[in-house]
Design a protein around this ligand. Structure first.
Ligand SMILES: [Cu+2]
Length: 160
């Protein structure tokens, strides 16, 4: 199968998966998720440190603002909230983040208990160990209402 066809198949599957999120809970499945699956720290080839914060000119940002990975790679992502308000880091397919974001707008107090997401109070750090099982374009984002629009999203490029 060509790379292009595989990409089309992957997009088709992700669209099929979207209705499960529309029911109001996002328990999701375990095992392979949008951008891959939870990994083991011992298998991580490297650590990526990302900070989340507000800027003086009213934006909200991640630094660095993107992740580049290879298919099959396990990365330990250490996230620190250096800002003054809560932020989150949700690693997923862009379509799933968009769905999830719409839900957060309806239910701002929605609790997360997903291995691909972490919410941090100011000054706190946490980590996600992730295995990128699929090549493609994914995204990390903060889905707290208003934050995505203020700049809190960044691309994750996984090469095959
Ligand atoms: Cu945020």
């Amino acid at each position: 199968m060509s790379k292009r066809m595989m990409m089309a198949a992957a997009i088709g599957l992700s669209l099929l998966a979207v209705p499960a999120f529309a029911t109001g809970n996002h328990a999701g499945g375990h095992g392979d998720m949008g951008a891959g699956k939870p990994g083991k720290a011992a298998k991580a080839s490297r650590t990526v440190k990302i900070s989340m914060k507000e800027t003086d000119d009213g934006k909200m940002v991640y630094e660095p603002s993107q992740i580049v990975a290879k298919k099959g790679e396990t990365i330990r992502i250490v996230v620190t909230n250096t800002g003054e308000t809560d932020h989150e880091f949700v690693l997923d397919e862009m379509a799933k983040n968009a769905e999830h974001k719409a839900l957060m707008e309806k239910f701002p107090e929605m609790e997360h208990d997903d291995p691909n997401a972490i919410r941090l109070a100011p000054g706190k750090s946490g980590e996600i160990v992730w295995t990128f099982t699929k090549a493609g374009d994914f995204e990390f984002a903060c889905l707290i209402p208003g934050h995505y629009e203020s700049g809190m999203h960044g691309p994750v490029k996984v090469s095959g």
